[in-house]
Design a protein around this ligand. Structure first.
Ligand code: 5GP
Length: 203
């Protein structure tokens, strides 16, 4: 059993959701997907890196025949706050005409989602839905809203179950929330990687 409290990179985190609570949320989402995707073989598009654990559990719980693809979206800024810039490393699988289910770990400002949706719509999928494990209150203003949200949480910074703090903590089976007020946040510019968005470069 993992402890109530942990320390990552000099910051204290307290357990916020146990693995049993997460499993119940995932099962509820899986049931909704089973009902909505009956007879449809979607392309499940996992947003890396944070959604990889959630997606692995969700896809096995839902048990719907699907193809799996990944997309990488990286927001720049410090390890806890995005700066307003998102870069997308696109999937290899063609998405034109596909029923795309985008699998996100957490929606905060919605900036990542907005950029991803813009990119995906240009690929002209037959349908496009979003499932997010967690959403913060700021996400309520979003248009469009994720089609499926596991749990709305307060404006906390969380780690575990795939989500990181400066690449630490992804392996944790439970979800932890930052305990202390954010002070002296070790601002860390995330390193860049090549942006390849064929639909944009073709324009
Ligand atoms: P947004 O663009 O909606 O502000 O942020 C979305 C992305 O930022 C998420 O996919 C996730 O990678 C990261 N993010 C947002 N909030 C949190 C958080 O509380 N913890 C962690 N680890 N990542 C977060």
């Amino acid at each position: 059993m993992h402890p109530e409290q942990i320390e990552l990179n000099g910051h204290r985190f307290r357990r916020f959701l146990t693995r049993q609570q997460i499993a119940a949320i995932v099962e509820r989402l899986a049931q909704q997907l089973r009902a909505d995707y009956a007879g449809i073989t979607p392309v499940c598009l996992i947003v890396l890196k944070g959604a990889f654990v959630f997606a692995a559990d969700l896809l096995r719980a839902a048990g719907i025949p699907c193809r799996v693809e990944t997309v990488r979206a990286r927001s720049y800024g410090t390890a806890m706050h995005s700066s307003g810039r998102v870069e997308i490393q696109p999937p290899e699988l063609p998405l034109a005409g596909a029923d795309v289910l985008l699998i996100e770990d957490i929606v905060d400002s919605g900036l990542t989602l907005r950029e991803l949706l813009g990119f995906l719509r240009r690929q002209q999928p037959a349908s496009l839905r979003i499932v997010a494990l967690l959403a913060k209150p700021s996400a309520r203003e979003l248009q469009p809203q994720p089609d499926y949200i596991g749990l709305e949480i307060p404006p906390l910074f969380v780690v575990g179950y795939g989500m990181d703090y400066a690449e630490h903590g992804r392996y944790l089976p439970d979800i932890y929330a930052l305990e202390e007020p954010e002070q002296g946040n070790p601002a860390r510019e995330r390193t860049s990687f090549a942006v390849v968005d064929p639909s944009r470069t073709a324009e």
